[in-house]
Design a protein around this ligand. Structure first.
Ligand SMILES: [Zn+2]
Length: 240
């Protein structure tokens, strides 16, 4: 099988990637970000997830999240992450969860097996090189998946993470509309789709966080929402 991918001129086999040890920086101490255990079986949890970044607006989002002591999950596009490595390092340092949204954001259902593997592994590898940690989840662009995509994700050992509620922020654009919509669709154990490439989303976050807290929500990462147990390789979650 041609389970190989090209990145930075190197041709690496999937087997080598799986077995390669993490580099030394993986052990970098995380001074202020030691995650407190969150018990979503008892708490009213909701996971906010941000796709397509990092963007020029992401640092402002990180400021808002830090100010509120909130951790979220970012699904990064590899080629965007390469352009803003310091922002990715900051996400990791501040305790956010980093997953991949592929290398270049294609419709995976239009690709052949090798291309799908290249996109997922390419996205993982960018994050690994920057943070020392390889993402353990992939969100397929546009939420597009099928049995073929699932079988490749299974081979690569990753679950496919979708969402239970969409803020539709890329359509709404205005911060007040995004805040209203996001607050209206909040549900316990929800996985909310947002985009840190949408400036209105970043502007809406202080209000969204304030209201969600008033309503008793604890904002968590996807892994925390899953009580620490991710879906199995190739599994799609939440189910549509
Ligand atoms: Zn996307």
């Amino acid at each position: 099988m041609r389970w190989q991918w090209r990145f930075g001129g190197a041709l690496v086999t999937a087997g080598v990637l799986f077995s390669s040890a993490l580099p030394a920086q993986a052990a970098t101490p995380r001074a202020t970000t030691a995650a407190k255990p969150v018990n979503c079986a008892r708490l009213k949890c909701i996971a906010l997830t941000f796709d397509d970044g990092p963007s020029p607006y992401t640092p402002k989002l990180l400021d808002t999240l830090a100010k509120n002591g909130v951790k979220v999950t970012f699904f990064l596009v590899g080629e965007m992450a390469e352009r803003r490595k310091s922002v990715v390092r900051r996400m990791a340092r501040e305790g956010h969860e980093i997953a991949t949204h592929t290398y270049s954001h294609p419709r995976l259902t239009d690709l052949d097996t090798d291309e799908i593997a290249d996109e997922i592994q390419g996205g993982q590898e960018v994050v690994r090189k920057i943070t020392g940690k390889r993402p353990k989840m992939v969100r397929p662009p546009y939420g597009l998946t099928d049995e073929h995509v699932q079988s490749v994700a299974q081979y690569l050992g990753l679950p496919l993470i979708l969402w239970s509620a969409s803020s539709r922020d890329w359509e709404l654009r205005r911060a007040d509309a995004i805040a209203k919509k996001t607050i209206s669709l909040a549900r316990r154990d929800g996985i909310v789709l947002m985009h840190d490439i949408v400036p209105g989303t970043v502007a809406a976050m202080p209000r969204i966080l304030k209201v969600l807290k008033q309503r008793g929500y604890t904002i968590v990462t996807v892994t925390e929402a899953r009580r620490g147990r991710l879906p199995g390789p190739g599994e799609t979650w939440p189910a549509r």
